[in-house]
Design a protein around this ligand. Structure first.
Ligand code: ATP
Length: 295
């Protein structure tokens, strides 16, 4: 039996390694595919450093020509302010974030950053100006130090530690057997949903971008962790132009503006109070969420 066990265990390790490599290759191809969608214009200019105003001007978009997803979306996020987008699943919320990052080009209208059409900007400078806290953070099979440093590979250890402190991750990391050198990811220590989000926040803080996109996780965290993450995000967003793709309404109450998106159109806009007074879709969604929470 022992003679059988060794090769079987070797096969198990091999299987995991192959599966991880396949996942990495898959991700690489997804990225390559998305990169090929857009090209730098011949006369593209870099985005100047500093605060950014984001302006969506009658933005229309379709992934496939026969199925339009956005039907003319208008909004402006002044530099340093926040805007949250809510709406039913499939309304087009995450699409707004993908367009801002320029994974795709708009099919009509324009996205302007400080009055320049984002198609006139170099992709490298645009993407350097945007930090993303995604729904599900990808962790590399490497140390937690490396995983945070990924936000800005030139950052030194002290800067990584400062970002981890700001994301309230430092004490947790210090409690691990190898501290910042502990391996995480598929073959290392598994992090909880909340810890992964904190890694994403620390990465974004290290990158220090003028624009922040927060794509809220659909899977709920426990309410204490959710409140803590919410507070850390609000701190990270301070002074940055922030787009929040919200799946739970508790995240949006403090946003400067809220857009309610329905089937690719803005149907209501205002702050939390204005929207409750309008007594429309937002009020309905709010009541439903309340009911769900009370159950
Ligand atoms: P959710 O709250 O469920 O995340 P959402 O409002 O963020 O939804 P989007 O992800 O923006 O919705 O998707 C809007 C529509 O676009 C959906 O009907 C979806 O099926 C479609 N869609 C999204 N990504 C693609 C894609 N890569 N190719 C084709 N259609 C897509």
């Amino acid at each position: 039996l022992i003679q059988l066990y060794a090769p079987l265990s070797f096969l198990g390790v091999l299987y995991r390694e192959v599966r991880q490599s396949l996942t990495d290759i898959e991700r690489m191809f997804t990225l390559l595919r998305e990169h090929r969608e857009v090209q730098d214009a011949a006369d593209a200019r870099p985005l100047a450093a500093g605060p950014c105003t984001v302006h969506f001007e009658d933005v229309r978009f379709a992934y496939e020509p026969r199925r339009p997803i956005l039907h003319g979306v208008d909004f402006e996020i002044p530099a340093g302010r926040s805007l949250a987008v809510v709406g039913h699943s499939g309304a087009g919320k995450s699409t707004l974030a993908r367009l801002l990052f320029r994974f795709y080009d708009v099919t009509g209208g324009a996205i302007r950053i400080n009055d320049t059409d984002s198609r006139q900007l170099t992709q490298a400078s645009l993407r350097a100006a945007i930090g993303i806290v995604p729904q599900d953070t990808v962790l590399f099979n490497d140390s937690i130090l490396y995983n945070i440093q990924y936000g800005r590979p030139t950052a030194d250890r002290e800067e990584v530690i400062a970002a981890a402190r700001a994301a309230h991750l430092h004490d947790f990391i210090e409690s691990l057997p190898d501290g910042y050198d502990t391996t995480v990811g598929e073959r290392g220590l598994k992090l909880s949903g909340g810890e992964k989000q904190r890694v994403a926040i620390a990465r974004a803080l290290l990158k220090n971008p003028p624009i922040l996109i927060f794509d809220e996780a659909t899977s709920a965290l426990d309410s204490k962790t959710e409140q803590a993450i919410q507070a850390e995000l609000e701190q990270a967003a301070r002074g940055r132009t922030t787009l929040i793709i919200a799946h739970r309404l508790s995240t949006v109450m403090n946003a400067d503006q809220i857009l309610v998106l329905d089937k690719g159109k803005v149907v209501e806009r205002g702050n939390h109070r204005d929207l409750l007074e309008q007594n429309g879709l937002y009020t309905q969604m709010w009541a439903l969420q309340r009911q769900a929470e009370e159950k």
